[in-house]
Design a protein around this ligand. Structure first.
Ligand SMILES: [Zn+2]
Length: 464
């Protein structure tokens, strides 16, 4: 367990890296001049302190504040906070006493967050800790996590914190321009988990046969047609709608001058394991054009047996001309506390495994790169914010729009995951055409497309 001071250092490091992506040059220059100072008690502030944001390590609060949230709208942005701390005597609240974002002392140019930011941050980074919240595969079930029930993950908490601190700094330094003038357009990273290259493997065909049988029993003629033609197509055109979709996605990305990463799954076969061979994987990986990135989709046994992960990386690195420095865990089976060291030791610089598998939301309270609490781990973690089956699901449409529009206002990095086997697949007709529509929307909204290595290079100076 880290001490409060260690959490403070980690938090500030994360906020600073995030600000590089969240704000434009003007915003970053204002923000990088802000001093963050930790204090012990908000009622006992040294008279020597001037022009700073004070972060209380052990703030004074009323009872049970951690479960009480409030919402404030400033500059057209809704911000949700919780775990309120008490206002120091003779200080002012902004924008109101009931729903404050921060407290301030104009004489000394001091700012204090109105909530316990240290505890809030800890809540997110410790979400992996309890085994009772995990399913059989070892994934965290979102609605079993306390803060998920409070829906504190509806907004990117750290991006919001930076936004609030920037707003506070502009206010007490009498900047007249609105805060939106300091926010950068969202940075975008797109990746594809290549779970399947062809559709004629034993497991896929067995699933189709089973579904076909069910469709017969239910006299569902639409499904009979779908699974029967899927079965036949898989025999004669195994790569259609699967491996070949890689190039379909690249063609669409080209239209918008976007680039993406392909995370290949291969290695040992088995339950939930990959069904593509090494040779087949390399054949497809070699055909991915220059400018697009290749990474590893960590196999289901990667964190049980470190040789497996190392071997797969070695195969890609030896046989491809590209650097392989990024990846994501298959099924998001990844423990931030236990598994990060292995990734670091294997030279993974950017990981995209931090995500809910069962709902939308900012699981680690951040839309941008997260650094690990262990100083020896230099891997950056960019949580996957939007996975295809989740954000394209009709039940999640409103939530997706809310989260996306919120990010446009506060800034950050969005990571999208779109699988090759659902991009254009007659067995999943509900998704056909959606990828092109999505990219058009992102393009029209001026999102800036980056590759994982770009994010790493920008963050690198902050990592030491
Ligand atoms: Zn996968």
């Amino acid at each position: 367990m880290e001490s409060k001071i260690q959490i403070f250092i980690l938090l500030i490091k994360n906020l600073k890296i995030l600000s590089k992506f969240q704000f434009n040059d003007k915003g970053f220059s204002v923000f990088s001049k802000i001093k963050f100072i930790n204090i012990n008690d908000q009622n006992n502030i040294s008279s020597k302190l001037k022009s700073a944001i004070l972060i209380p390590l052990n703030p004074i609060k009323s009872k049970n504040q951690e479960t009480i949230s409030w919402q404030t709208n400033i500059d057209n942005v809704d911000l949700i906070l919780w775990d309120k701390i008490l206002k120091p005597k003779k200080w002012h609240s902004y924008p109101s006493n009931e729903n404050p974002l921060f407290y301030f002392d104009t004489k000394r140019n001091l700012i204090l967050p109105s909530w316990d930011i240290i505890s809030s941050f800890q809540l997110f980074i410790n979400s992996d800790n309890s085994n009772k919240n995990k399913d059989k595969l070892g994934r965290i079930i979102s609605n079993k996590v306390e803060y998920h029930n409070l829906r504190l993950d509806n907004q990117p908490h750290l991006n919001n914190a930076n936004f609030i601190f920037l707003k506070a700094t502009l206010l007490i330094n009498n900047f007249s321009e609105p805060v939106e003038k300091f926010i950068s357009p969202i940075k975008l990273i797109i990746s594809h988990d290549i779970d399947l290259l062809r559709s004629n493997d034993f497991l896929s065909q067995s699933i189709r046969s089973y579904r076909l049988l069910l469709a017969f029993i239910k006299f569902n003629f639409k499904d009979i047609k779908k699974y029967f033609s899927g079965f036949i197509r898989a025999i004669f055109f195994p790569y259609r709608n699967y491996g070949n979709s890689i190039f379909g996605m690249i063609d669409i990305e080209r239209q918008f001058d976007y680039k993406s990463s392909f995370y290949f799954l291969f290695g040992k076969r088995g339950r939930y394991g990959p069904r593509s061979s090494e040779r087949e994987t390399l054949n497809f990986a070699r055909s991915i054009p220059e400018g697009w990135s290749i990474g590893l989709h960590y196999n289901f046994d990667s964190f049980k047996n470190d040789k497996s992960l190392k071997n797969q990386l070695l195969v890609l690195r030896r046989n491809l001309k590209k650097k392989v420095i990024s990846g994501r865990a298959h099924y998001f089976i990844f423990d931030f506390h236990k598994d990060a060291k292995l990734l670091n030791d294997c030279g993974i610089k950017i990981d995209e495994s931090l995500s809910w598998h069962d709902s939308l939301g900012f699981r680690f309270g951040i839309a941008g790169p997260l650094i690990h609490q262990s100083q020896n781990i230099k891997t950056l973690f960019i949580p996957t914010i939007f996975m295809d089956q989740l954000f394209w699901h009709s039940d999640n449409k409103d939530e997706f729009n809310l989260e996306y529009e919120h990010l446009k206002k506060v800034g950050g990095i969005i990571s999208f995951l779109v699988h090759n086997d659902i991009f254009f697949n007659k067995e999943y007709p509900q998704f056909i055409g959606k990828y092109q529509k999505l990219l058009r929307k992102l393009y029209e909204d001026n999102l800036i497309c980056c590759l994982p290595e770009d994010i790493y290079n920008i963050s690198k100076p902050f990592l030491s």
